[in-house]
Design a protein around this ligand. Structure first.
Ligand code: P6P
Length: 281
């Protein structure tokens, strides 16, 4: 059942990627988080809604682009960021799709995730998926016979020694306690920040380190959404042997209150997340 959901997301990826070149313009509407919506955002959202709700396993579909949940009959509840980092389309940088498969109606706690995945539209298209306690990386290719999902990394784990960091928000908008944490980290690691969470998190999964879109003075809950970004990415990083935090607890332990609520997101090598929580305590 869960595999069918991951298969559908993988099968839709090449079609989303092929649709990007002609959809770089902003539409007239904003998403429920008040962000301008690209034609590509709408396109990816409509494709994923259609493909996922067609599955017997899917009982509801929600996305960053829609105000409310679309109900159906199946067991699992899917939360999507159809095109995370879509503002990178104009500059031709990486972006992709985030999916969380919850076993409870949305908004749901991260602990009810049975699978999480992101598709990364980089130089090649890959999918990183956490399910059954392990993280797997796949190559996604469109072939004459359809879409192939080939395992390239089994039991993906963060490296022992961290190398990279990437922090969102503007430096003057960082609270003093986070800024002091950054002063230490930037002495130790290399900056890797590209404006699409999943591309930056994939650097952390590959090289070890920490990604954060923290609480800001102007936005105490940060920018990223718990249901569509924080929970699935936190689930993937924790399953890969790392840690996640909203600043004081695992993202998966944050009790949800609203479908589009924002949460400060910090994910990466466990020792770096421990140091972050000590700095914000
Ligand atoms: P900023 C993309 O819009 C996103 O939701 C995340 O993918 C990314 O980490 C963040 O926002 C980028 O935000 O403020 O750097 O443009």
């Amino acid at each position: 059942m869960v595999e069918a959901i991951l298969d559908a997301v993988a099968a839709t990826a090449p079609e989303i990627r092929r649709g990007l070149p002609g959809r770089r313009a902003y539409g007239d509407e904003e998403n429920p988080s008040g962000e301008r919506r690209l034609a590509a955002d709408e396109y990816a959202d409509e494709l994923l809604e259609e493909r996922l709700l067609a599955l017997d396993a899917v009982g509801s579909y929600a996305s960053e682009e829609r105000e409310s949940v679309v109900e159906s009959e199946g067991r699992y509840h899917v939360a999507c960021d159809p095109l995370d980092g879509s503002s990178n389309l104009k500059s031709n940088n990486a972006m992709g799709t985030i999916v969380g498969v919850y076993d409870e109606p949305l908004p749901a706690p991260g602990r009810s995730l049975v699978a999480s995945a992101f598709v990364l539209f980089g130089p090649i298209t890959t999918m990183v998926a956490a399910s059954d306690g392990t993280v797997t990386e796949y190559l996604i290719e469109a072939t004459d016979d359809g879409v192939e999902r080939t395992v390239v990394t089994e039991n993906l784990r963060l490296p022992e020694n961290p190398t990279v960091y990437g922090f969102g928000g503007r430096v003057p908008d960082w609270p003093a306690d986070f800024a002091s944490y950054v002063e230490d980290i930037e002495q130790e690691l290399k900056l890797r920040y590209g404006g699409a969470m999943i591309a930056d998190v994939n650097q952390v999964l590959t090289y070890g380190g920490v990604f954060a879109y923290p609480a800001l003075e102007s936005a105490p809950n940060g920018k990223l959404r718990l249901q569509f970004e924080g929970n699935p990415i936190g689930h993937i990083v924790e399953t890969a042997g790392g840690a996640s935090s909203d600043g004081s607890r695992s993202l998966l332990d944050v009790e949800p209150t609203a479908l589009h609520e924002r949460v400060p997101v910090h994910v990466g090598t466990e020792s770096l997340i421990d140091r972050l929580e000590a700095a914000l305590a």
